[in-house]
Design a protein around this ligand. Structure first.
Ligand code: FES
Length: 109
């Protein structure tokens, strides 16, 4: 399943994509770090809220993705929380593949 075009996810940027598997409208965080695209469920392990502060807008700077609700900060490469109320917990990784200028969802289960 297609998530987005590669060019939509610039280095050091995070975008919000609809989760094509979620019939209830859940979304994914799709980010690029070190040239590599990763995707996570847009659900914070602290209180289950989305991480974005506005539709499609994330606090992602200085190598950390920060939840807008209560400030938990996550490593972009593995989704582990390194500061804030859920330190040690992790975002849920969604497997993706980047090919032919497209980011594809691999976890279709
Ligand atoms: S819901 Fe993300 S830090 Fe509380």
């Amino acid at each position: 399943m297609r998530l987005c075009a590669s060019e939509e996810v610039a280095e050091g940027q995070a975008i919000e994509c609809p989760d094509p598997r979620d019939l209830e409208g859940g979304t994914l965080i799709v980010l690029r770090s070190g040239g590599r695209v990763r995707a996570y469920l847009n659900v914070c392990p602290h209180a289950g809220r989305p991480l974005n502060w506005a539709p499609g807008r994330f606090l992602y700077a200085h190598g950390q993705l920060v939840c807008a609700a209560h400030g938990a900060s996550f490593q972009p490469d593995d989704g582990i929380c390194i500061g804030g109320p859920c330190r040690g917990d992790s975002l849920r990784l969604v497997w993706t593949r980047e090919e032919d200028g497209v980011v594809w969802l691999e976890d279709a289960a």
